[in-house]
Design a protein around this ligand. Structure first.
Ligand SMILES: [Zn+2]
Length: 489
């Protein structure tokens, strides 16, 4: 099985993601490339089995560009948010993207920060994987939020423009599957209501589209269900997702531009759709021009919720073990887990940020007296929208007084451990009164709570009815809460 990402034992640097930087041009897909795609699209036969709403699984390959030194990794949680948004944006088109192979990390400062398309296209030609949608996540795609390059047969996306609230990825893959801008022809030309629109005809690249829909197939982007659009720079919409001002077409008919379309240049908060004609065109292009992307027998796996399950260390507990083992239930369908441990609840002071293929991790370098926050996100190659678990908090506090014992573990004894399920297990505290013992299984489910004591610092745990396996024993004393592992053989 392909596992999406396995950079084990690496601590990831947080790269904060913000929605499209206003300094960057929204899209660098050239007019020439859009025209090529339009010409190809026009030659395609009708698609007789087009079905709106049917889902086709399309393999996507993420290439993550780093500097020569290996810096600049994009936050994996943000990457999942971006992929989740991409799939939501494409839901109505019948496309869903999945990661057939691991993220491909490429160290190259020159490609990561490429100021011209030539270097970007070189990056694509050298690194493209066969028969997948190749997407390059870079720090600077030639001054744009993203672009599709015909010669590189791939898209490049800016790290600063990706994220949960951004539709840049959907826009660029719209180009990849042959869609031009809704304002196609106006690239680089600034519309002004002061100039009669007919005067622009000699300057734009195609026939200007009118509100009256005669010949709409030969005008602008060629789709009759995308209304006229002359705005080729980033713009904000009103509450109806329309331009806040009126434009005039060649016949002097007033109209507002529809900002709900991903292929326009409206702000991210305006965009929410491809039209039916655009969706059909993309499906045609997939089936006839990019049929090497088609797969059979792909069955996406979506994961169950991790909400409200018990994860250890328990939330709001005090942990004193020298080595702290973090553990959470196995999620069916997960190929791995992103584990994040930080000093603050905003997770900006990272202690550990790692991708694991097991549902637990032990960490031994925590600092006594500090608060820690942690959370987990399962992943697989289909389900990017899986939520990160609620944040858990604990205080790490070893007993520092040498007069007690240097070893914080010696306070609490579980004996025998491992135990056979014919045994009874004694849980003893040397110093404190035990108030309660909670037994938790590997799925994080509470098995039982024992508060009946043999005496104030000794509790008896009957194990006859326990199945073999690993359990977590949470021991509450009158001072602290400890969690320890118990193995039943
Ligand atoms: Zn574009």
């Amino acid at each position: 099985m392909q596992i999406r990402l396995m950079l084990l034992s690496c601590i990831f640097v947080i790269y904060s993601s913000i929605v499209c930087n206003s300094q960057e041009n929204p899209c660098g897909t050239s007019h020439t490339d859009q025209r090529k795609m339009l010409e190809l699209q026009a030659k395609l036969p009708e698609l007789n089995h087009y079905q709106e709403g049917g889902l086709i699984q399309v393999p996507i390959q993420v290439h993550m560009l780093l500097t020569d030194e290996g810096n600049g990794i994009y936050n994996l949680l943000h990457l999942d948010e971006a992929l989740c948004t991409l799939n939501k944006d494409f839901e109505q088109t019948g496309f869903q993207f999945y990661m057939e192979q691991n993220i491909n990390y490429i160290r190259s400062s020159k490609w990561n920060d490429h100021e011209n398309f030539r270097d970007g296209i070189e990056m694509m030609k050298v690194n493209n994987f066969p028969d997948v949608v190749n997407c390059y996540i870079v720090s600077n795609p030639a001054g744009n939020c993203g672009y599709f390059a015909w010669d590189g047969d791939a898209v490049a996306l800016s790290k600063s423009c990706l994220g949960g609230g951004s539709h840049t990825w959907a826009h660029e893959l719209g180009h990849y599957f042959s869609l031009p801008h809704t304002f196609y022809g106006w690239e680089g030309i600034s519309y002004s209501g002061k100039t009669p629109t007919s005067e622009y005809q000699s300057r734009v690249w195609t026939q200007i589209e009118n509100v009256n829909r005669v010949n709409c197939k030969d005008q602008a982007d060629g789709y009759c269900d995308t209304p006229p659009d002359y705005i080729s720079s980033r713009w904000s919409c009103d509450e109806n997702k329309q331009s806040s001002y009126f434009l005039k077409d060649i016949d002097s008919v007033s109209f507002q531009v529809d900002g709900s379309l991903f292929m326009s240049y409206s702000n991210d908060r305006c965009m929410n759709r491809f039209t039916a004609d655009q969706s059909e065109a993309m499906q045609k292009f997939l089936n006839f021009n990019r049929s090497r992307l088609l797969r059979t027998n792909i069955f996406p796996m979506y994961m169950e919720s991790l909400d409200k399950t018990v994860m250890t260390p328990l939330d709001s507990s005090v942990v004193a073990d020298q080595n702290v083992t973090f553990s959470w239930p196995k999620i069916e369908g997960a190929e791995g887990y992103i584990f994040q441990l930080a000093r603050n609840s905003a997770f900006t002071i990272t202690v550990k940020f790692i991708s694991l293929n097991t549902n637990q991790i032990t960490i031994d370098n925590l600092v006594s007296g500090r608060n820690y926050y942690w959370r987990v996100k399962p992943f697989n190659k289909y389900d990017f929208c899986y939520k990160v678990s609620d944040t858990r908090f604990f205080q790490y506090s070893t007993i520092s007084s040498v007069s007690i014992n240097q070893n914080a573990n010696s306070n609490i004894t579980i004996y025998p451990n491992p135990a056979f399920n014919s045994n009874e297990v004694l849980i003893q505290s040397e110093l404190d009164e035990i108030t309660k013992v909670i037994l938790i299984n590997q799925l994080g489910q509470k098995i039982r709570t024992i508060s009946e004591k043999v005496h104030e610092n000794l509790i008896l745990l009957k194990t006859q009815d326990l199945q073999k396996g690993i359990y977590f024993v949470t021991i509450e004393t009158n001072h602290k809460i400890f969690t320890k592992k118990l193995l039943i053989k």
